[in-house]
Design a protein around this ligand. Structure first.
Ligand code: CTP
Length: 422
């Protein structure tokens, strides 16, 4: 009975036992469910715990959060709560519930239900299993374990994709992630839902979330290929055509991500998915891209990185594909850009000098600062004003171009500039 609980990694055992003890004290039956159970059986690491309880999920979550002195977010109207144990470790709590979809592709109406109801409302059999915390028994009403063993993605009922069309993307995600197969009947239902354009009928923010999850997968290129084959990208924009150039860019960008992660381990972590999004949207002009970003409700920074790539690439190619480009020029072009945009640029043109200049930027110039400050300028008798910025820029350019290195040399240069001026 307890064989599944034994598979739980050490770092989670204490937490889960704690939920079990609190549930026992409150006389509530509690279960681990969903993706965590799937991954536990597969032996895949997963730090998103999902607990369903028969009754008062929020109370259970509250007591658990209090016991650990950590933050909790409660969604009273859905009867759910999330407890953030550590940045990368959260526990979702809910009371078992039943869902009704009054209209296809709309959010469901929810009411209390049994554990079986709760598991039946889920996307695929492999995500519909539960483990009882009290005795570690596996609850598997819909053949999830068998499907896991046979590497199969299967919906629980024929209306699953109508209820929630984001499951089209989820089916591809799990299929590609685990190298499973969407079984024939499910595939037929998926294609019907796709022909009925159900993905285009849901709120774009929901498709955005699932698109981002696709792009965050370990191998997004094969996921994109499968989505393209099964349903296309009209749900992003009817103008979005994924073609050989898109795949070439996706592959080239992946190499850039690997290159950056290997060579620049101390820089901030990349948002890989933004880089893949830049490749995916490459065929579209700036206006269409901005329209898509707005419709999907992407954050300003995400939109900026995507749009800036398009606006900068020709200029960057023109100025950076030469020998002996002044470092100050490279800096002026690239310093305002994010790493995601820079790597997308580097991946776009396989031109040795262009790449060399970007590498020099990443290796040498990126983040370069001067030593002198406003205090130093005041000390030299310069009155505060726009002149300060001019001087700083001149000093920085001199530093980038290798004409000054130390603070003394910077001060000497400033004195020289002031003499010239007077
Ligand atoms: N679920 C569902 N339909 C959806 C989204 C979620 O039925 N559209 C159910 C599934 O049972 C899923 C669980 O809610 O396992 C948790 O959802 P989520 O955390 O999004 O998915 P995971 O299965 O944990 O997937 P991942 O490993 O990608 O986080």
């Amino acid at each position: 009975m307890e064989k599944y609980l034994k598979k739980i990694p050490e770092e989670l055992k204490g937490l889960i036992n704690n939920v079990r003890d609190i549930a026992a004290k409150k006389n509530i039956k509690a279960y681990l469910v969903g993706g965590f159970v799937r991954d536990l059986i597969l032996g895949v690491k997963n730090l998103d715990l999902d607990i369903v309880s028969a009754g008062d999920g929020i109370g259970l979550a509250q007591d658990f959060a209090d016991a650990h002195g950590v933050k909790i977010t409660v969604h009273q109207q859905f009867g759910t709560a999330t407890v953030f144990v550590k940045p990368a470790l959260k526990v979702d709590f809910s009371s078992s519930r039943k869902e009704y979809y009054p209209q296809p592709a709309h959010l469901p109406l929810v009411q209390a239900g049994s554990l079986k109801d709760d598991l039946f409302r889920r996307d695929f059999t492999i995500n519909s299993m539960a483990i009882g915390l009290k005795d570690g028994s596996l609850v598997d009403y819909f053949g999830g374990l068998d499907d896991l063993r046979h590497k199969v993605i299967r919906v629980l009922h024929p209306l699953s994709f109508n209820d929630d069309p984001t499951r089209i993307l989820r089916a591809v995600r799990f299929e590609q992630r685990y190298n499973f197969k969407i079984e024939p009947r499910t595939l037929k239902l998926l294609k019907e839902a796709s022909r009925a354009r159900l993905l285009e009928r849901i709120h774009p923010h929901r498709t955005r979330d699932d698109l981002i999850l696709v792009l965050k997968e370990k191998e997004p290129i094969k996921e994109i290929r499968r989505i393209e084959k099964l349903t296309g990208f009209d749900f992003v924009s009817p103008k979005l055509k994924v073609n050989a150039r898109t795949y070439a860019l996706l592959r080239a960008f992946k190499k850039q991500i690997d290159y950056f992660n290997k060579n620049y381990t101390r820089r901030r972590p990349l948002d890989n998915w933004v880089i893949y999004l830049i490749a995916l949207l490459d065929c579209l002009d700036v206006k269409t891209t901005k329209g898509i970003c707005a419709r999907l409700g992407l954050r300003k920074g995400e939109e900026k990185r995507t749009v800036t790539y398009k606006q900068t690439k020709l200029k960057a190619l023109k100025y950076l594909s030469k020998a002996r480009v002044k470092p100050a020029k490279i800096f002026a072009l690239l310093e305002p850009l994010s790493y995601e945009t820079i790597l997308a640029l580097r991946g776009t043109y396989n031109h040795p000098l262009f790449r060399r200049n970007i590498t020099d930027f990443l290796d040498i110039y990126n983040g370069m600062r001067i030593f002198v400050s406003g205090n130093d300028l005041r000390g030299l008798g310069v009155l505060p004003g726009p002149r300060y910025q001019e001087i700083f820029t001149q000093v920085l350019n001199a530093k980038l171009n290798g004409r000054v290195k130390t603070k003394e040399e910077e001060l000497a240069l400033i004195k020289q500039l002031l003499r010239k001026r007077s």
